[in-house]
Design a protein around this ligand. Structure first.
Ligand code: CP
Ligand code: NVA
Length: 333
């Protein structure tokens, strides 16, 4: 791939779209781009369906409701869990998967997103996208005639947070009265947790270092909608007091590798270790979407400890993805 083509690739297109942003509309519900577009019953239904599919899978039930259907995974960033769990979910429902690395597609050589969206819509029943800009998934959704599912952007990771919520419900039964906490970078995961808090109405406290707050617009909109407080503090010890659910994530997300060293210093006091965890509520559970950097945002002891539910969280990605694919492809909402 030569330099000229690389420059005209996906990141360049995202920048151009950002500059000429068209207001978003109600089409959003045909796609899963961010949790804030949905109501509590809509998201609860997906989680309930995922719990049913999980139970049925363990009881040996084999599903075929997506037989003859196909999805395309269009990924511009690395992935282990999201890719394999989407693929496993689709095969588990009788469907088939085509994986395409964005870099190796014509997008990497500057083909417009709007053309890509319309072409892929002629081949497959849904497009699952992992990329940098939220504008990219929005532009694909605007032109696709099939559902577009956000499998992580710099701004949101909605499918991950749905599997997190499913895990919390499995562990704790109900969400509304739980004290939930986010410790660390105000990143894509934090933004999706903020939207989830506003939709489900549970209280959320974030502890982020100065300069690493979550997205201001998302925060403002979520606060306006939420019946419960969504607070941003600086002190992780104050934030974690009495917490039932504790969330951590890497300090430098994909695309921020150049800042890794600087962030290690700035985030040091935000590590989830046994001392910090001891300040949480009795029976608090620890979530991490993985991959984890042991010794950075979380210690080995906490990650492997009895309060950690990270591998259930990882498993639940497959079940929630099955529920998402079934619902968005068949239109069962
Ligand atoms: N949690 C998550 O999205 O993991 P991957 O980057 O491995 O998909
Ligand atoms: N915030 C992380 C999540 C990885 C699943 C990232 O974007 O890299």
């Amino acid at each position: 791939m030569n330099g000229r083509h690389t420059q005209r690739g996906l990141r360049f297109q995202a920048e151009m779209l950002h500059r000429s942003r068209i207001p978003w509309d109600s089409l959003m519900k045909n796609h899963l781009l961010a949790l804030g577009a949905f109501t509590r019953p809509e998201l609860q239904r997906l989680i309930d369906r995922a719990l049913t599919l999980k139970a049925e899978g363990k009881a040996g039930v084999r599903h075929q409701q997506l037989a003859g259907r196909k999805i395309c995974l269009l990924f511009e960033k690395p992935s282990t869990r999201t890719r394999v769990s989407f693929e496993a979910a689709m095969y588990g429902l009788g469907g088939q998967v085509i994986f395409m690395s964005a870099k190796e597609s014509q997008l990497g050589r500057g083909e417009p997103l709007k053309d890509t969206a319309r072409v892929l819509s002629r081949y497959v029943d849904a497009i699952v996208v992992r990329t940098f800009g939220q504008e990219v998934v929005e532009e694909l959704a605007r032109y696709a005639t099939v559902p577009v599912i956000n499998a992580l952007t710099d701004l949101h990771h909605p499918c991950q947070v749905l599997s997190d919520l499913m895990t919390v419900i499995e562990e704790k039964g109900e969400l509304s009265e739980l004290q939930t906490v986010w410790i660390g970078d105000g990143n894509n995961m934090a933004n999706s947790w903020i939207e989830a808090a506003s939709v489900f109405g549970f209280p959320l406290t974030l502890a982020c270092p100065a300069g690493f707050d979550p997205n201001g617009v998302i925060l403002e909109q979520a606060r306006a909608r939420s019946p419960r407080p969504i607070e941003v503090l600086r002190d992780p010890a104050a934030a974690i007091r009495g917490a039932d659910v504790i969330n951590v994530d890497v300090w430098a997300s994909m695309g921020q590798e150049a800042e890794q060293e600087k962030r290690l210093g700035l985030f040091k006091s935000y590590q989830l270790n046994s001392d910090l965890l001891a300040r949480a509520g009795k029976g608090a559970i620890v979530l991490h979407c993985l991959p984890a950097h042991r010794g950075e945002e979380i210690t080995e002891e906490v990650l492997e400890g009895p309060q950690s539910v990270v591998f259930d969280q990882a498993e639940n990605k497959m079940h929630i993805h099955a529920a998402i694919l079934e619902s968005f492809i068949t239109g069962a909402k």
